[in-house]
Design a protein around this ligand. Sequence first.
Ligand code: NAD
Ligand code: UFG
Length: 339
Amino acid sequence: MTRILVTGGAGYIGSHTCVELLNAGYDVVVLDNLSNSSVEALQRVEALTAKKLTFIEGDIRDAACLDQVFASHLIDAVIHFAGLKAVGESQQIPLAYFENNVTGSLSLVQAMQRAGVYRLVFSSSATVYGEMNPSPYQETMPTGMPSNNYGYTKLVVEQMLEKAALADEKWSIALLRYFNPVGAHQSGQIGEDPQGIPNNLMPYLTQVAVGRRPLLSIFGNDYPTQDGTCERDFIHVVDLAKAHVLAIQNRLNNVGCRAWNIGTGNAISVQQIKDTFEQVNGVEIPFEYAPRRAGDLASFYADPSRAQQELGWHAELTLEDMLRDSWNWQKQNPKGYQS
Ligand code: NAD
Ligand code: UFG
């Protein structure tokens, strides 16, 4: 059976990907230091799939730990989610971001090389396109300069992986450039569980809906968009998780380093998200218009056609599905995995 090491597998996107991998018949080994997640998520993954996975609590920066993982489990490929992801925090503590995301990724690929495992799927981000490219973003566009340190770490790791693959043709690497992941598993058993005050729109909105926060601030309503609020390409986390299974299948049969956009191709505004959430779920969201947030781009969205052509992937779930499932998760778990 093909065995996949999933770093950061207890996290938001990782836990949903574990479900899809187990359902597709893969063996799953998760390595996570639990710095932003809970083992409860993995217990729920096992309950949802009625399958077992192996969990190792450990850090990707720990070379001895990685060597031990590769020595004791015959790993065929790695999906690498582990890292820090808060844009604002990355401006305050940049070195922690470089250490976790860049040094951590280097440590992982070095351990893979030592173990003779050369197939890797890396969690990248649309942020690598920077401000200079017009939407829809296409993989053939040159990458730009991300507006924050978090995004910069993703760009550095992408470039490091490209160079490694150029130098040694044994590597087979997928760079998956996610747009804006939202939603949760349809069961409401697993979902996004941010610590502290959420930075991202959807967890903030659902915490307002459940009464944990008084109102949603919409950052800016004077952008050059249809309704003046920012537009993003929101993608259901289950569709995103399925893209990883297809990327693994692709990487098991190909070499080189290849980037794929994982988005729907639709630009949806912040205002539309709030209004549609209210309609779909029958919940009112108190809100205010607030000043623009530093570093936000007015609008960006994917051209997902390369993923369709080469991976056979396209987003299947609708905006309504994303908003219903986000709410279903939050409603059932008002305090996340602690409730
Ligand atoms: P998450 O924080 O829920 O998951 C990351 C997981 O990695 C957590 O379980 C955390 O405990 C673990 N981790 C962090 N540092 C580690 C380390 N040094 N060693 C071992 N484990 C470690 O985040 P997520 O939203 O699931 O994101 C997963 C990946 O996708 C990240 O690399 C993130 O940068 C990337 N990404 C996320 C988004 C998004 O909006 N959520 C967008 C683009 C890219
Ligand atoms: N927003 C609000 N109110 C909130 C939170 C967000 O109006 O309380 C708005 C933002 O201003 C933005 C939109 O909702 O216009 C989406 O914001 P998110 O923080 O949810 O997502 P971003 O598009 O800012 O962030 C994403 C990824 C990051 C990536 C970044 C690059 O989550 O991983 O794009 O721009 F680095």
